[in-house]
Design a protein around this ligand. Structure first.
Ligand SMILES: CCC1=C(C)/C(=C/C2=NC(=C\c3[nH]c(/C=C4\NC(=O)[C@H](C)[C@H]4CC)c(C)c3CCC(=O)O)/C(CCC(=O)O)=C2C)NC1=O
Length: 164
């Protein structure tokens, strides 16, 4: 799985050189933020179901037409898949917090996602809204420390930007 460490070592290796001092600085920066990321991962994991449900509810509230006949939230199966998808993104964010890189999101949640959603006729704006709601709703110190919240929000923003 890709992490900041594997990414840097692999690219230095591919170029046939040792990691440069700026490479090492970025590894060091990532390790310094590791405690905050792990805190965010733990808090998110504890609340994952509730956080996903809230994000899902917020996106359907913003786009109620999705409940109309034939639309993507119109049956129990579709509703369950939508909630599951929101949960998938939060879980991928959780993995990213643990590894310290965007690899899991890139590989499983972003690369090729647009094509899949286009083929299934699923709009991406509701996904973005679920992530935006989660980002704006999360707060410190209620949910996590300020540093942990910064790490969590950065990954939510990453998904928002990638699917917008
Ligand atoms: C781990 C990463 C991962 C992701 C992200 C993922 C997404 C994903 N969502 C899917 C379906 C789906 N996703 C939704 C979702 C929604 N309905 C709405 O109203 C909203 C627009 C949206 C929720 C925000 C729906 C309705 C389907 C079924 C569409 C269909 O069968 O026509 C499918 C097609 C396969 C299936 O039906 O399960 C994939 C691949 N799968 C993965 O493995």
């Amino acid at each position: 799985m890709k992490s900041v460490v594997t990414t840097i070592v692999t690219s230095a290796d591919a170029a046939g050189r040792f990691p440069s001092s700026s490479d090492l600085e970025s590894v060091q920066g990532s390790l310094q933020r590791a405690a905050a990321r792990l805190e965010a991962a733990e808090k998110l994991a504890n609340g994952l179901d509730a956080v996903a449900q809230e994000g899902y509810d917020a996106c359907i509230k913003k786009y109620p037409y999705l409940n109309n006949p034939g639309e993507a939230n119109s049956s129990d199966t579709f509703k369950a898949k939508c909630l599951r998808d929101v949960k998938h993104y939060l879980r991928l964010i959780n993995y990213c917090l643990v590894v310290g890189g965007t690899g899991p999101l890139d590989e499983w949640g972003i690369a090729g996602a647009r094509e899949v959603y286009r083929t299934l006729n699923l709009p991406t704006a509701p996904y973005v809204e679920a992530m935006r709601h989660t980002r704006d709703r999360a707060c410190s110190p209620r949910d996590m420390s300020p540093q942990a919240l910064t790490e969590f929000r950065a990954l939510l923003d990453y998904v928002i930007n990638s699917l917008s």
